[in-house]
Design a protein around this ligand. Sequence first.
Ligand code: ADP
Ligand code: MG
Length: 869
Amino acid sequence: MYRLYQKTVEEALLHLNTDKDGLSNAEVEKRREEYGYNELTEAEKKSTLMVFLEQFKDFLVIILIFAAVISAFLGKFESSAVIVVVITINAILGTVQHVKAEESLKSLKALSSPTAKVLRQGKKIEIPSREVMVGDILFLDAGDYVSADGRVIETYSLQINESSLTGESESIDKVIEAIEGENIALGDRKNMVFSGSFVTYGRGVIAVTSIGMETEIGKIANLLESTQEKKTPLQENLDNFGKKLAIAILAICAVIFALNIFRGGSIIDSFMFAVALAVAAIPEALSSIVTIVLAIGTQKMAKENAIIRKLHAVESLGSISVICSDKTGTLTQNKMTVQKLFVDGKVIEDKSAETCKELDKKLVLMSVLCNDAVTAFDKEIGDPTEIALVNLAEKYDFDEIKTRDEYPRLGEVPFDSGRKLMSTVHCIGGKTLLVTKGAVDVLAKRLVSIERCSGISGITDKDIQEIEDANRSFSENGLRVLAFAYKEIGDNVEIGVDDENGMTFLGLISMMDPPREESASAVAACVSAGIKPVMITGDHKITASAIAKQIGILKHESEAMEGQMLDDMTDEELREKVENISVYARVSPEHKIRIVRAWQKKGNIVAMTGDGVNDAPALKQSDIGVAMGITGTEVAKDASSMVLTDDNFSTIVKAISNGRSIYENIKNSIRFLLSGNTAGIISVLYASFMALPVPFAAVHLLFINLLTDSLPAIAIGMEPYKKNIMNDKPRDISAPLLSKQFSLEILYEGILIAIATMTAFHIGLSSGGHIVASTMAFATLCLSRLLHGFNCRARESIFTVGAFTNPYVWYAAIIGLVLLMSVLEIKPLMGVFEVAPLTGNQLAAIFGLSAMPLVLIQLSKLAFVKSNK
Ligand code: ADP
Ligand code: MG
């Protein structure tokens, strides 16, 4: 067997029939026929037919089928037909809802599918991971998931976490040399990388050796678990509640069944009635309503740049009380432009300034060399901090590509946000130099000398003071400052973090990253919504505070703290202080997790943003991890429950507002379902205990169930989101949806509808007899429930929210009304649905009584609900 890890890089490339320029598009197409796509086969998804058939597994449906069969045996074909129609329509509705929700979740997933950076036709491009091909040259940076198996052909401190394959949590240092031996374990094939692992440090280039099911993980995984979304906590609660409620209702139905027989009803009729009552009263739609409203909501959120990766996050969004946000790129624009330089003790405003030109030229040269950004071909690729430096270099007539060709990079230690430094090695003026750039306070500790126009001299306290003063005055204006230093090294260009000391100071470069325009208003919105915004940044404390002040996060200097101080504090001390700190500066990703924990211990629900691979633990620890879509790494996205496609802080605030509204809409739908069902049960109980005739025929209840359970409930869930939702405080996450208050309101509304229904029943009994009475009760219950839909749209009255702002409720009500009138007026249907012809007065009574709950509830909303606009 040909083992690539035993071969040299050249042999491996030859074997893969590729080279360091990558594949051509034509070659990729050709290989596609042989290798297919880079994806793991998923277990077969449920077909639509299966979903449809599964609708019949429900306990109630089985009872209904049973009832239909009995009816048919007794020759009551009409009611059998009604039952069959009801079951079928219900199943169709259920299937459509299920499939739609699945589709929308799938499209949501597709929005956050992984990508890979490869070389095609000699150009570096980004493609969806599934298009990666054997022989592709793949670039790996810290935070990337490795999307295929490959042979390492270049490494710069490349470290990879392979725990998903080997269980080993320690990162592996990768090498390019061939490895000898026959049966080397996966974890020891250090010149190979494997799909499913991720880069924890450094960067590297690999040649893809296998893709899809041929990769090591593909061989283990065999079949990927089909990605079934777990139920959210709310759905689980509702399912539990629904089960308990169902048992209670079945008990009631059993009592009613017994009462009816006792009063001389036939067993069959009594049974049919009890079954219909159970069907009408058990709110089987609860959890599917949640799914639908969530699906609609997440689609809307995606359009507003927030992609939900974990559905349960939508529910917690409304409870967020703290947002810990990165500064750079999230609160600011991440468009850096160099403002001023500092060399030889002087601030340089622009390049025409009178200084000893050589020195600032040298500074700018080093800033393009110790730099990975490219702005060629009108595209800016790379870290904005470094792009700013490349743009500066252009003003000094350096072309970054030519310059880097002239002084090739011989070695490097990549930037990492914990160390806050980056170093590269170049041969400049016949000397091998280590060039380092990074945070001033970090680099200042590594200096031994300073270069001035007059030459190099040992560094004094005064020099340091001068550098620090310059740094402070830049920072106070909200500028980010980078320090540059260098030193001569020997022939060994294999450098590491230990080499970044004993350096010669060259100069400072300061750059501006203005706050986003929306940031200030988003911060203000947070505050009025009872949410505390907290800024977290690797930048200098003074820079961070200046920006935080501009956007309103920080009121007083004492609210800012440095990562260093965090290190000196115990978790308890941090917890004591945490509520008074709005800005954390010079933090490392490891600090973030402590900040999250401290807030959580104080009983808060915390959102935390992140982009780097080291942010993953904090993102997971937070209640809602928010990853950056543009600058974020795959690992960060994977660890988070929400991804911002525009990296913008204000998008988080919008998402919270949407999350609150979605929850509110779900709650309103549930209010509608439960209060209507309550009304039905109360009416039947009332009639039974008052020894009145049975108020509804079984078909009535089935009709009402079909008509009022689905459409109006969904329509209520589609209520447009209200702006004033951000004037409320965050929702207590532990408070149950069905709080005492909420349940009482549902009961109250149910009683009102029941009163209307029973009044209609009494009028019917006295003016026409049993059939007329049950027709009137049926029509009133049906109509008043439809109208009740308008009550459930919002806490406020219709006059506040606007009668026509949710057209869906109108559509649902009108469709319902048309169907109801057809049943009441069209001869053949009247027979099937066991309704009697009604007089004009009786119809008027039905309409009047049905409007009563609407009018009463609207009036009480007007009187008691304060609108917090
Ligand atoms: P932030 O949290 O604001 O994104 P970073 O962790 O990116 O901060 O940066 C922290 C500090 O590291 C910056 O203040 C800067 O001094 C330094 N720094 C940032 N980017 C680079 C880079 N590409 N190379 C060297 N130093 C950098
Ligand atoms: Mg950064």
